[in-house]
Design a protein around this ligand. Structure first.
Ligand SMILES: [Zn+2]
Length: 598
């Protein structure tokens, strides 16, 4: 007995050690950049501390050089030229750029622990071969000198946005690629996803003195220099990226929330934007309050909404959004990008692989925020997302959500998998777990895995603990395959013999099983509500608590059976599968008996 106890003790303490101190890399950046606003070229230096917390010896370091995507012949350009449904913001625009409109970014020198590395530049990725390797558990001092040119804005970053913002500086510095238990992730930039190490940033921007600078994090100082220039510094910690923007006509407003959080707003003056941006400022406390209550507490001291970019794009402690919008659209894009802080920012999924967790969880939570701000009972929450996913599933273009974001055949299949199917994933899970356990699970996941790049398996394990249900089947079907959900009421059989039971025959026509709810109107005009779980869940009771409805737990439906028979000692008027539309049923017309002809 003693030995067993001892063994268990060791095992569980090793586990909690692993959770508290994840073996993940850490990268601290100090950077100085000087921008020439006449030719849009810049020079920069980085002093990076790289913590190799992995068990591996690193002989090279990979670095993103994102701006190199904005040159004719780049991967982003070529892919946009051949893909069937190019992003109209990219289209063939890169192929037509003139040299003075290109983006580029080059490393001129990289020193690692005092020894010069060999730089091999390959489009948007550089490989730096090290003289001496970085050993497991050791940190390395990496100094980089770099230079480049800010492109005409094609996608996300660049100069002269369509709305007239001078500089939208995202993906603008040499960024160390992600490294984890699966090795390096030097994904070329084709305008898709991001993944980087957590650490701290301290960035000094040297620029003509009339520019107003907006950026990730808190401003640390502003010094006026000679020659009409100034140096502005921003810093932040526990973040994996850094964005800034500059314009001479920025209006800068700031509000402080009751918990002390400072929220900044930067938008162009004299464009008639002020009225909507002020209205939007009044709504931001509610956005933070809903997110904090349902999905976990925002951990940073500041957040900045910055007019810039070409739509909406999230960055740590900040977003770039286009600003000439009607109020609903402005608040909608702001709520969406803010919600990314919880997922892209703080959980930091490897977005190339788990883009659907990032966009899906973000869309799910920001739609709930918007429903608080602009209630619209005619359009029930999450139903549009389910509709978008069903369209994808029936389009013939769907690819499994396990497909790497860069490698989808169409932008349509990628974005619907990311946004609509990702949101449907959470919406159905909320139905399976019940509201209370679902939101508790969302917060538990956030608190346990913040700043740690969790995976879909990490998420599901938390939801299993919270619900007491086995849920692995859910990812196996919904994430790993394109199998679909489709139930129907096959028939309702009443025996001519008096007092014999009514048989209700339900059918699973889709390849994917999921728990179903069944509403039965009996001959005497009363309603019954049945809950039929899937046997793989090893739990037959209904999760929802605190509702008016008395749910009756039926025996679980076996995953190997495509038919399920209910017996009722009563006559039946009407049977409805999934009356509250909690599942993405591909064909809803046959969910009701008798079929209503229109
Ligand atoms: Zn998004």
């Amino acid at each position: 007995m003693k030995k067993v106890f001892f063994f268990l003790f060791i095992a569980s303490s090793a586990h909690s050690f692993a959770k508290n101190q994840p073996a993940q890399q850490r990268v601290d950046y100090k950077m100085q950049v000087s921008l020439n606003d006449q030719n849009h070229q810049f020079e920069g230096r980085s002093q990076i501390t790289y913590f190799n917390n992995s068990a591996d010896t690193l002989n090279e370091v990979f670095v993103h050089l994102y701006f190199n995507a904005f040159q004719p012949g780049s991967d982003m350009d070529v892919r946009s030229l051949w893909i069937a449904d190019p992003d109209p913001r990219v289209g063939d625009r890169i192929s037509k750029l003139k040299p003075e409109e290109y983006g580029h970014q080059h490393l001129s020198k990289v020193m690692v622990n005092g020894k010069e590395g060999l730089i091999i530049e390959m489009g948007t990725i550089a490989k730096v071969v090290l003289k001496n390797p970085i050993l497991p558990g050791k940190k390395a001092k990496i100094n980089m000198d770099w230079n480049g040119q800010v492109p005409i804005q094609i996608r996300r970053s660049g100069r002269n946005s369509a709305e007239g913002v001078d500089y939208s500086m995202s993906q603008w510095y040499p960024k160390i690629c992600g490294y984890d238990q699966n090795g390096w992730h030097p994904n070329p930039y084709i305008a898709r996803e991001f993944y980087g190490e957590y650490g701290s940033f301290e960035v000094e921007i040297n620029i003509q003195k009339d520019f107003v600078i907006a950026a990730t994090g808190e401003q640390c100082r502003e010094i006026i220099l000679e020659n009409n220039r100034k140096s502005v510094c921003f810093k932040g910690s526990n973040i994996h990226d850094f964005v800034w923007a500059a314009d001479k006509d920025y209006q800068h407003d700031m509000i402080t929330l009751p918990d002390g959080l400072q929220v900044h707003f930067y938008y162009l003056k004299n464009q008639g934007l002020e009225e909507n941006w002020k209205k939007f400022q009044e709504m931001t406390p509610k956005m933070f309050a809903y997110m904090n209550e349902h999905f976990g507490k925002y951990p940073y001291p500041v957040y900045s909404f910055i007019q810039g970019g070409d739509g909406g794009m999230e960055y740590p402690m900040a977003t770039l959004i286009t600003g000439k919008r009607k109020i609903g659209s402005l608040v909608g894009v702001a709520a969406h990008e803010l919600a990314h802080s919880w997922y892209q920012g703080i959980l930091g999924f490897n977005e190339s692989l788990y883009y659907w967790m990032d966009e899906g969880f973000t869309s799910f939570s920001s739609d709930e925020v918007m429903d608080q701000l602009f209630p619209n009972p005619a359009n029930p929450l999450h139903v549009d997302a389910v509709g978008g996913y069903i369209q994808l599933a029936t389009s013939g273009k769907e690819e499994p959500m396990t497909t790497h974001a860069d490698h989808f055949n169409t932008n349509y299949a990628y974005s619907n998998a990311a946004y609509s199917k990702g949101q449907t994933y959470l919406y159905q899970l909320k139905g399976i777990m019940g509201e209370k356990k679902f939101y508790n699970g969302m917060k538990r996941f956030y608190n346990q895995f913040k700043f740690q790049h969790p995976t879909p398996g990490d998420f599901l394990a938390i939801m299993e603990k919270e619900s007491g249900m086995v849920l692995d089947w859910y990812n196996e079907y919904f994430v790993n395959t394109t199998k679909t959900i489709n139930y129907s009421v096959d028939s309702v059989v009443t025996s001519p013999i008096n007092g014999a039971p009514t048989l209700i025959v339900l059918k699973r026509n889709g390849d994917m099983p999921i728990p179903v709810e069944v509403e039965i109107e009996t001959a005497d005009g009363k309603f019954q509500y049945w809950y039929i779980s899937v046997d793989l869940m090893r739990n037959i009771t209904y999760a929802e608590e605190g509702t008016e409805i008395q749910w009756i737990a039926a025996p679980a439906w076996s995953w190997v059976q495509d038919q399920y028979i209910m017996q009722l000692p009563l006559g039946v008027k009407k049977v409805t599968i999934d009356p509250y539309r909690k599942i993405a049923d591909m064909e809803r017309g046959d969910n009701v008996w008798p079929i209503v002809s229109e």
